[in-house]
Design a protein around this ligand. Structure first.
Ligand code: ADP
Ligand code: ZN
Ligand code: MG
Length: 494
């Protein structure tokens, strides 16, 4: 393979520092509905090509769209989570253009009257909280998928899979409030997290359920007016978003510095070459001949329906982070890591709910569990240890039944075999001391040192027994066989 052409533009850091990037993102998320936006076809990913189609999503003349209520509900939920004003009345419009992946000859979108307007999303960047404005959220249907590769005759022909055509999308347009590629990255990360926590979208970038176009311009630092922007498409990973923006900033500055002008155009991120390339001059709204969709009524969202959706809103990542700190007494950093996905947050809560103290639970999950999952290429939902089993192991370490080092070994075996801690400890003996003589010596020592508790026990306080077990386990540095300790103590204390 040819070596990818390196970014051949070079602008000195001093010159770069004289400019400020201005970025706004347009993000498409696929709404997690079972059926399409305007027909009853399945939205399932990966079904045989063209198996999920009907006259409506194939654009047959005379077929009429019927709006999917669940898609609207998810759009409203996303809007509320992004602090947007849900409009009482919005309207679908036809966006007309001709392309093989668009059998109707138009996309059903929203234009002058979007579902929601004027919201914001907080991002954390460089240790600071920044509020990024969100201009609007509107609903639309997705195009089908052109397949240019993978067929014996791909050199001459392209194919189209219409399964995706008609899938409901929400387009979320940010204000030009982002000032660096890393800020754009942080915004997309936060947005994805909100969409995941609210179960609006599964945000799977590989499957195309989260897509992002980046608008970018540069201006001299201190200038008020924005520069001319370019729009970069085809950014199907977080890394490409950042790389494409970095490239584009340098390209625009180099163009301006050499006396050129920025063309208002649509550019494409070329993954192989690591650069953006001009694709077409910018299309304007009037190119699309927008007009109200005559086959659908205006969309009305009553205050009551909106409030009902708001009341059922799942907990957002930010709220959950704060609650973790408050409720479990863990650090903000731990809370941040543990809320990175909803599934991980659920897992942590389940471990704590099964009786594990929060701080050790947080440590075990962030340390051992995430490390082994990463090595195994697994997600938290595929963890071989269920939360209850992890809580049981943590309890054994916390009570000194086994020491921390042994705990880690047991943990690794649990991860490998999916067996409970007790079973592994019993079966594998984990360097336990079962020598009855040695154990008896520890027991006698502990009893001698604790005459008060001995008296309590003999007076009928059975609860003290646990104390003695704990002390003996500690004395043995967690290595005594617990059953033998139990038996020996029972005998000696009686
Ligand atoms: P268009 O008319 O090209 O669709 P919009 O004003 O609708 O432009 O904005 C589209 C996106 O581009 C938004 O995310 C917005 O924040 C962003 N944007 C607008 N102007 C600029 C600019 N000068 N530089 C960078 N981004 C911009
Ligand atoms: Zn259909
Ligand atoms: Mg626009």
């Amino acid at each position: 393979m040819a070596k990818p052409a390196q970014n051949e533009i070079t602008v000195s850091p001093e010159i770069m520092a004289g400019y400020e990037p201005v970025i706004g993102l347009e993000v498409h998320v696929q709404l997690k509905t079972a059926t399409k936006a305007f027909c009853a076809c399945s939205t399932k990913f990966g079904d045989p090509p063209n198996s999920n189609t009907c006259p409506v999503c194939l654009g047959m003349p005379g077929a009429l769209p019927v709006l999917n209520k669940h898609a609207v509900e998810l759009g409203i939920r996303a809007s509320l989570a992004l602090n947007l004003q849900v409009q009482e009345s919005s309207r679908f419009a036809r966006k007309n253009y001709f392309y093989p992946d668009l059998p109707k000859g138009y996309q059903i979108s929203m234009y002058e009257l979007p579902l929601a307007k004027a919201g914001w999303l907080e991002i954390e960047h460089d240790g600071q909280i920044k509020r990024i404005g969100i201009t609007r959220l509107h609903l639309e249907d997705d195009a089908a998928k052109n397949l240019h590769e993978g067929f014996p005759d791909s050199a001459e022909k392209s194919y189209v899979d219409y399964n995706r055509g008609g899938t409901p999308l929400a387009e979320i347009v940010s204000e030009p409030d982002l000032r660096s590629p890393t800020e754009a990255h942080a915004y997309l990360t936060a947005l994805k997290q909100v969409m995941l926590f609210t179960e609006v979208s599964d945000c799977n970038m590989e499957e195309g359920s989260l897509r992002c176009d980046a608008n970018i311009s540069v201006r001299k630092r201190g200038a008020e007016k924005f520069g001319t922007k370019a729009e970069v498409k085809n950014l199907n990973s977080f890394r490409y978003l950042q790389k494409a923006l970095e490239y584009e900033i340098e390209r625009q500055i180099a163009t301006l510095e050499s006396g050129g002008r920025i063309a208002q155009e649509t550019r494409l991120w070329n993954v192989g070459e690591g650069r953006t390339e001009a694709m077409r001059s910018k299309e304007f709204a009037h190119d699309y001949r927008y007009f109200p969709e005559p086959d659908l009524l205006p969309l009305r969202v009553s205050a009551a329906w909106r409030d009902e959706i708001a009341a059922a809103m799942p907990e957002l990542p930010e709220a959950r982070r704060k609650r973790f700190v408050r409720e479990f007494g863990i650090t903000p950093y731990d809370a941040e890591v543990l809320t990175s996905t909803r599934e991980l947050a659920d897992y942590f809560e389940a471990v704590a709910g099964a009786g594990a103290p929060a701080k050790p639970a947080a440590n075990w999950i962030q340390g051992e569990l995430l490390r082994l999952l990463k090595d195994a290429g697994k997600e938290i939902t595929e963890s071989p240890l269920n939360p209850k089993e992890l809580a049981a192991l943590i309890a054994k370490v916390e009570s000194s039944e086994i020491n921390a080092a042994t705990g880690k070994k047991v943990f690794a075996r649990m991860f490998e075999t999916g067996k409970p801690a007790a079973e592994i400890i019993a079966a594998e003996g984990f360097s336990q001391v079962s020598d009855t003589g040695e154990i008896e010596r520890w027991c006698r020592e502990v009893i001698e040192k604790n005459p008060d508790n001995l008296a309590k026990y003999r007076a009928g306080n059975e609860g003290v027994f646990k104390f003695f077990v704990g002390q003996v386990m500690r004395a043995s540095r967690g290595q005594a066989n617990p059953q033998t300790v139990n038996d020996t103590l029972k005998r000696l204390l009686a």
